[in-house]
Design a protein around this ligand. Structure first.
Ligand code: HEM
Length: 359
């Protein structure tokens, strides 16, 4: 069967695709940053409990307190890129989601289980003895599994030539396991979670240190070490990932191929500088370079998708049925929503500070 016949015809879009692309990049950047903090911190807590089961470190207590919050933010900031990716690439992501439908839908149940675990970890923390290791292991596995399913879907969408496997296995349980990029791509995301989780810990305790917490110093060091070493380890996985990409995708002769290489180099250089700052415990410069590295890596991922889909589709193929008013209305509510979130976070921050001053 000719793969192109399996790709549905995309709907017309109301404004130029550039708007949706910009919003997709912006919201995905936030989602991936929060997702990294969520998975990274719980994995670091789990490894700590594993190494020292009887210890009650301040670090794990603080991770337990903040985990439900970071899961909620990561999930909610996943909704926006899901909407935008459907507008631009819906005809690919709908098809890939259907190929793995039961697994894709199981994410909801797995997430509820992990979220429940996070609340148990928070509210039963002091009562649990050595079962913290098991509980944090369970939460980590649920979140790692969800990430794996996401990686499967967002790589399966890039391979319409493999979709006809459905006719031999119509139960909707197809994963993208034959794709050699899947495992390095997944590991690249997960090791980056350890790094970003480490830096989030360092930042959290830098604030505590400014407020006079004498215990903060050791955890800044701990977080910075996770950040630096995990980032350097990710270079190895990054090269592995790059080595598995098909030659036609990384050819610098094409526009997406050339942009992919440029963004990847800029991302890697920013990451090296960030890691060096991290290992020197210069938390703020490490953060700025990390944000730069993430930005370029997300652009790299976007050009990679464009290069993969080139034989089948280009964003400029999308028909525009001009109607700007929904976009303006959306931007109005989006801006208002962002301001409200900032206001809420500011209040939560102030309450937290007042509580610390009183105690
Ligand atoms: C809480 C658990 C979650 C984890 C661990 C997670 C992890 C990930 C990872 C690793 C990717 C990258 C996949 C790849 O490129 O191969 C990703 C992409 C994505 N996630 Fe999440 N995610 C979570 C929840 C969600 C939720 C609940 C939504 C939506 C409601 C969501 C929306 C998205 C979207 C739309 C993308 C792809 C965007 C694009 O391709 O441009 N995520 N997620």
């Amino acid at each position: 069967m000719v793969p192109v016949t399996l790709i549905p015809t995309p709907d017309a879009i109301p404004v130029h695709w550039g708007w949706f692309q910009l919003l997709l990049l912006l919201t995905f950047f936030i989602h991936i940053l929060l997702m990294n903090i969520m998975i990274g911190t719980i994995m670091i807590a789990c490894l700590r409990h594993l190494r020292k089961p009887l210890e009650q470190p301040l670090l794990c207590r603080d991770i337990a307190d903040n985990l439900p919050f970071s899961i909620a933010l990561a999930v909610n900031f996943g909704v926006a890129p899901l909407l935008f990716v459907q507008v631009l690439y819906g005809h690919f992501t709908y098809a890939s989601s259907i190929l793995m439908a039961p697994l894709w839908l199981s994410i909801v149940g797995i997430l509820i289980a992990g979220y429940y675990g996070a609340y148990l970890y928070k509210y039963k923390y002091t009562k649990m003895a050595d079962s913290k290791m098991l509980l944090t292991g369970f939460i980590s596995i649920t979140l790692l599994l969800i990430a794996f399913l996401f990686c499967n879907n967002f790589t399966l969408m890039l391979h319409p030539e493999s979709w006809n496997r459905y006719f031999d296995h119509p139960k909707g349980l197809l994963l993208n396991l034959d794709d050699p990029t899947l495992i390095p791509r997944y590991l690249h995301f997960m090791i980056s979670s350890l790094a970003v989780g480490g830096l989030a810990i360092a930042l959290y305790y830098r604030r505590q240190q400014i407020q006079g917490n004498p215990e903060a110093e050791q955890w800044i060091q701990h977080g910075c070490q996770w950040f630096g070493y995990a980032t350097f380890a990710n270079f190895g996985v990054g090269f592995w990932f790059y080595g598995t990409l098909p030659v036609r995708v990384i050819q610098t002769g094409s526009f997406p191929g050339a942009m992919l290489s440029i963004c990847m180099i800029l991302g890697a250089v920013s990451a090296i500088i960030a890691a060096i700052y991290g290992l020197r415990q210069r938390v703020m410069p490490a953060l700025y370079y990390l944000l730069g590295a993430l930005f370029f890596m997300i652009l790299t991922r976007e050009f990679l998708r464009e290069a993969y889909l080139k034989p089948w589709f280009s964003l400029s193929d999308l028909q525009v049925a001009s109607s700007y008013s929904p976009l303006f209305l959306f931007l109005l509510f989006f801006g208002g929503g962002v301001l409200l979130i900032f206001w809420m976070l500011k209040i939560a921050w102030q309450i937290d500070q007042n509580r610390e001053v009183q105690s």
